[in-house]
Design a protein around this ligand. Sequence first.
Ligand code: 3PY
Ligand code: MG
Length: 264
Amino acid sequence: MDMPRNHFKRRLHEKRLQVGLFVGLASHYSMEILASAGFDWLVIDAEHSPNNPASVLPQLQAAAPYPPQLLVRPMNHDPALIKQYLDIGAQTLLVPMVDDAAQAAALVRALRYPPQGIRGVASSMARAACWNGVEGYVRQANDQVCLVVQIETRQGLENLDAILAVEGVDAAFIGPADLAASLGHLGDSGHPRVREAIEDAIRRIVASGKAAGVFVTDPDLARHYRDCGASFIAVGGDTTLLRNAAVKLAAAFRDGEPGVTASS
Ligand code: 3PY
Ligand code: MG
């Protein structure tokens, strides 16, 4: 079997626009619905959502026959956890809260086999290697892994240029919710100071030659960040899509049914 190619990484380097979605429902069944919906990439969230390697695995399997590229966001920087996500088949990791170059360099090493890194070797156990069915997996894996660091604190912004200079960091993704909190605007990621910081960060990332990404649900703001240079944009999350649609449907049904309340 041939080594699976990381098309998300290739398109990042080509600066092609890629539209994505956060996936937090922790369900392989809803994952299959989302995988057939037309996104370029989906990121399985294991930072804030109730996921772990055992629940991420069936989601990767469910999405495998469909076009989107799958990313995983681990809960922290633990190399042991990163090793598990790589072994079950994630090639691209979106790592939260990367605040300085030392953290970025440690992550680069966690994703790579020696001598460039410290990833442990057990390809007979790894779905990523088709359990030794991929010819030369261990020699090719370092080229296919992709590290996207999340910049979402004041410290991350201050150290952005040094983080971007770390070889092996493929792209930087701005997390507006945490960034707003870190800049003193908790709950207001649309605050003008936060928007300014995001625009500046996107321009600095692009100037470094690396790809810039951002989470943004407002379509006009998404176009604006794209015009600033963002090339991979997460335009929403499955939990919000489901809840908004459910609330709207329930409200539409209740309209015109006087006397019927949610609690009756
Ligand atoms: C954030 O906004 O903080 C995120 O991590 C997601 O984009
Ligand atoms: Mg965040």
